[in-house]
Design a protein around this ligand. Sequence first.
Ligand code: NAI
Ligand code: MG
Length: 478
Amino acid sequence: MKKLFIGGEWVAPAQADGIPVYFPATGESYDEIARGQASDIDSAVKAARAAVNGLWGKTTATERGRILMKIGESVLANQEELAGIEAKDTGKPLELARKDIQALARYFEFYGSAADKVHGQVIPYLSGYSVNIVRQPFGVVGHIIPWNYPAQMLGRTVAPALAMGNASVVKPAEDACMTSLRFAEIATDAGLPAGALNIVTGYGREAGAALSEHPDVNMITFTGSPQVGTTIQTAAAQNHVKCVLELGGKCPQLVFDDADLDKAIPVIVGAIVQNAGQTCSAGSRVLIQEGIFDEVLDRVAARFRELRVGGPDSAPDCGPIITHAQYGRVKQFIAECLDSGLQPVAEGSFAEGTAEGGYYVKPTLFGPVPRDHKLAREEVFGPVLAAIPFKDEDDAIAVANGTDYGLVASVWTENGARQHRIANRLEGGQVFINCYGAGGGVELPFGGVRKSGHGREKGFLALDEFSHTKTIVNHYQQ
Ligand code: NAI
Ligand code: MG
């Protein structure tokens, strides 16, 4: 059984029973992780606090940056090992796992090189006063992360927190935490002082709840379901601490009748099938202008029929769903669509040799989907695309902005003025014009509005999120 990583070392959990780890491509269990309890979380928070008050808290921004860049380098040096761990834990295609590990490295490079470029401000004030604004870390940050991009998510949330001088306690998802455990060792070997990064595995309702409720945690970040987001924000409110939430979406891809379809179609399909649709920023709705609806649907359908589902090593377009439970949810959603009278327009198929017992779902295209249908409004978190026709710009915006979510959107049009008009009116944290980034690169601020959450991660803005300003007023007289 894997142990917990607290204060720079492996620590036995309070509870002896672990949680089995499954390979989603076969459904077989191959290891066990610790089932962290409130007392383990408390030890981790104490270790993080000691780091903030000790060596880590005294490190200069330049030194922190250097350590983070070194971590990025070590991640790259161990890329194949980490990608293998990630692919086995999540079932995702090995090539995608490699990209995720590269992104993990990139987060540490990006925030490592940014750590000492965060400058303060000087404010002209009354005569005889000097006023400076400096940025300070919050102290101990609690990170509760999901299973869909475990490695990327770890980098995305921990690297900027550390860059600003915070210490982190991470509660990875019980369904995928193997990479974070190995990463903790790599980071420590690269010079990260003890206690700066602590990993406590366990269930959300146990370790996760204990972390979000802990009175000595100064800030919380969470990515996951809207329901748990509410629980975590409530816990944060009880302690009056800052909370950043990223809670998913029903992201629209708008296709106008002047779009370059040769360019658009593969990107539209890729935006939903990447990671088997288990992406908060998956492009799960394609909104198509009436006059070209049939043509676009046909072309998307042709592409869907070519899609192959399989295990990490079969170079599939789509891997399995993460767990048996999530698999059940996705299958149930599709069954409800069929019951309601929706007909699948096209489906992918299983790659040769795809194991029985794996949690595979064929990518499925539905359309035209009525605007008030559950599939047009709710997140499936699986490889299911809803095609919806629209009339004109106003109509497209009404449908695009017409769900509870607002995370990412894209627009396909060759008309430059329309590109600006539509980008302006789409509600969410990122808009892509004639491309789709599924959350985009490390450099691009990312986050949502409404039920998609609030706060921003990625890019320079994340450094603001993981720090607060302090205004220092000095009356030096004349
Ligand atoms: P979840 O929201 O339960 O899990 C995400 C993380 O929160 C995990 O680390 C989990 O252990 C933790 N957690 C769960 N309950 C908690 C609690 N009471 N207190 C503190 N932490 C807690 O998501 P789940 O059940 O794995 O997936 C359900 C749905 O959530 C998916 O179908 C999808 O729609 C959405 N989801 C969205 C993600 C995103 O990227 N925005 C990622 C994962 C899930
Ligand atoms: Mg797993």
